[in-house]
Design a protein around this ligand. Structure first.
Ligand SMILES: NC(=O)C1=CN([C@@H]2O[C@H](COP(=O)(O)OP(=O)(O)OC[C@H]3O[C@@H](n4cnc5c(N)ncnc54)[C@H](O)[C@@H]3O)[C@@H](O)[C@H]2O)C=CC1
Ligand SMILES: O=C([O-])CC(=O)C(=O)O
Length: 355
């Protein structure tokens, strides 16, 4: 049955009100709304791809309350109308627009300064992050092809797992399109740092906000390498504490996957971590000085083409990559293990696009 003209008019009015870009009932082709960011604060344009998911919804909420964001585009292959309607009622500055399905990806991406990608399937108990490669590699490829075409200068925050492979995939897609700027592609490893700060603070009996633990390497199992010898403020740990903390930080994701017992992986702490990292990227874009975060980026710190270390964020993205600093024997052994596993994951990502 064809919808009445009245139904379509009503949907058009709601759509214009929400600044969304959903197809009207019965329409297959998409109309671009000419909705302006009326009353929106000056700031950056941010897109969340995978915005209707477990991470995506909370992350979108947190970006809506970030005063540096003027326009927030929410893209997913399902459920963005509801999420967008909901978030758009928050009385904060950012104007929210929703985009649904592949046909609207280009509209979602055009003009964006920062694109955050939590799209893809999460783990269930018994799976490794690498088990997600089959599905998530293709999703990341498609989304990055869109970025290369529509906002090649945007900063990209890649969350989708396995990060150790999806970042190399994104780099290859951008290279193929001739738009690769290694400084602008950042794998999000902030949750490892957030966990490390929390667990170390518990052991030390201090406020986690006072603790900063550099976590280097990658984002899976032994590739997650906390540098407990470089904790700020300077702290010393017993051998038992070092072993307990390293194991807990490396397996923090699995701890949540098991506790959720089939209902997914970390979403709330991840949304917090992603929002923290995105805010740091936006402050860097604004030109703030001294913004330093850990991230999995193209790097010459080791012989591997990608590695997570502390980076300084600026107008161009990861403008400076800091060396590892002095490691103790335990950390040097951990580094060797991390590099071995990382090399295979990076190769797998590169081969996915090249072959
Ligand atoms: N980097 C990190 O530290 C972390 C990464 N993750 C990863 O983040 C990803 C998302 O996790 P959750 O939000 O829990 O999963 P979820 O299943 O709740 O949400 C994923 C969303 O992605 C959407 N999606 C699927 N295909 C898409 C496509 N082609 N384009 C746009 N959206 C698409 C889905 O419709 C869904 O709404 C997973 O790969 C997970 O492993 C999770 C936690 C931490
Ligand atoms: O463990 C997972 O699958 C999700 C993730 O990356 C994390 O929580 O660190």
């Amino acid at each position: 049955m064809q919808p009445s003209a009245e139904v379509n008019q009503r949907l058009a009015r709601i759509s214009a009100h929400l600044c969304t870009e959903f197809p009207r009932v019965g329409e297959s082709s998409l109309t671009q709304s000419n909705c302006r960011a009326k009353g929106g604060a000056p700031g950056f344009k941010v897109a969340v791809l995978g915005a209707a998911g477990g991470i995506g919804q909370s992350l979108s909420l947190l970006m809506k309350i970030n005063p540096l964001v003027s326009v927030l585009h929410l893209y997913d292959v399902v459920n963005t109308p509801g999420v967008t309607a909901d978030i758009s009622h928050m009385d904060t500055g950012a104007v929210v627009r929703g985009f649904l399905g592949q046909a609207q990806l280009e509209h979602a991406l055009t003009g964006m300064d920062l694109v955050i990608i939590p799209a893809g399937v999460p783990r269930k108990p018994g799976m490794t992050r690498d088990d997600l490669f089959k599905i998530n590699a293709g999703i990341v490829r498609t989304l990055c092809e869109g970025i290369a075409k529509c906002c090649p200068h945007a900063i990209v925050n890649l969350i989708s797992n396995p990060v150790n492979s999806t970042v190399p995939i994104a780099a290859e897609v951008f290279k193929k399109a001739g738009v690769y700027d290694p400084k602008r592609l950042l794998g999000v490893t902030t949750l490892d740092v957030v966990r490390a700060n929390t667990f170390v603070a518990e052991v030390l009996g201090v406020d986690p906000r006072e603790v900063n633990v550099p976590v280097v390497g990658g984002h899976a199992g032994v590739t997650i390498l906390p540098l407990l010898s470089q904790v700020k403020p300077p702290s010393s740990f017993t051998a038992e504490e070092i072993s307990y903390l390293t194991d807990r930080i490396q397996n923090g994701g699995t701890e949540v996957v098991e506790a959720k017992a089939g209902a997914g992986s970390a979403t709330l702490s991840m949304a917090y971590a992603a929002a923290k990292f995105a805010d740091a990227c936006l402050r860097g874009l604004r030109g703030d000085a001294g913004i330093v975060e850990c991230s999995f980026v193209a790097s010459q710190v080791t012989e591997l083409p990608f590695f997570a270390t502390r980076v300084r964020l600026g107008r161009g993205g990861a403008e400076e990559i800091f060396p590892l600093g002095p490691l103790n024997e335990y950390e040097r052994a951990g580094l060797e293990k991390a590099k071995k596993e990382l090399a295979g994951s990076i190769d797998k990502g590169v081969s996915f696009i090249r072959n």
